[in-house]
Design a protein around this ligand. Structure first.
Ligand code: CU
Length: 151
């Protein structure tokens, strides 16, 4: 009878120790997976440093700006590389637009375009090499500009 209780105590001890060892090991695994997730979140927070380089690429390909101010295009003549997008921004309270002035030499620029309110922009990408004159339809006699496109 005493020997039996000794055996059961031993078995219980083994079970408790074994269980404890399993619990300990599982705790170890949990902490290691926790470290893994913190590492991966660290990597995720590190990634925003890369878009800075793509921002630079975007600014290089963002193109050129022409302002419509005091009923004039500024600069009146702009030289760009083929494939560059030109963006016109109207800073006047009166409306302006951008249309090709020579129907035989437009560079693809439309002969008609909607009028821009103050703060509105119009963008066009020049894919032909040449010198292209444009004007503002309502002020065609004096509001003129030229885009020179090089290879
Ligand atoms: Cu105008």
């Amino acid at each position: 009878m005493q020997r039996n209780t000794m055996v059961t105590i031993l078995i219980v001890l083994i079970l408790v120790l074994g269980g404890g060892a399993v619990w300990y090991l599982s705790q170890q695994n949990q902490t290691s997976t926790l470290e893994d997730t913190t590492e991966s979140t660290n990597k995720q927070t590190e990634t925003p440093s890369n878009p800075q380089s793509t921002d630079q690429d975007q600014s290089q390909s963002a193109g050129q700006q022409v302002i419509m101010k005091n009923s004039a295009f500024v600069p009146a003549k702009l030289t760009i590389k083929k494939g560059t997008t030109v963006t016109w921004t109207n800073e006047d309270t009166i409306k302006h637009n951008v249309v090709a002035s020579d129907p035989s030499n437009t560079g693809g620029l439309p002969a008609a375009n909607p009028l821009l309110e103050k703060g509105s922009t119009y963008s066009f990408t020049f894919n032909e090499v040449g010198s292209f004159n444009y004007l503002c339809m309502p002020h065609a006699s004096f509001m003129k500009g030229t885009i020179e496109v090089t290879e």
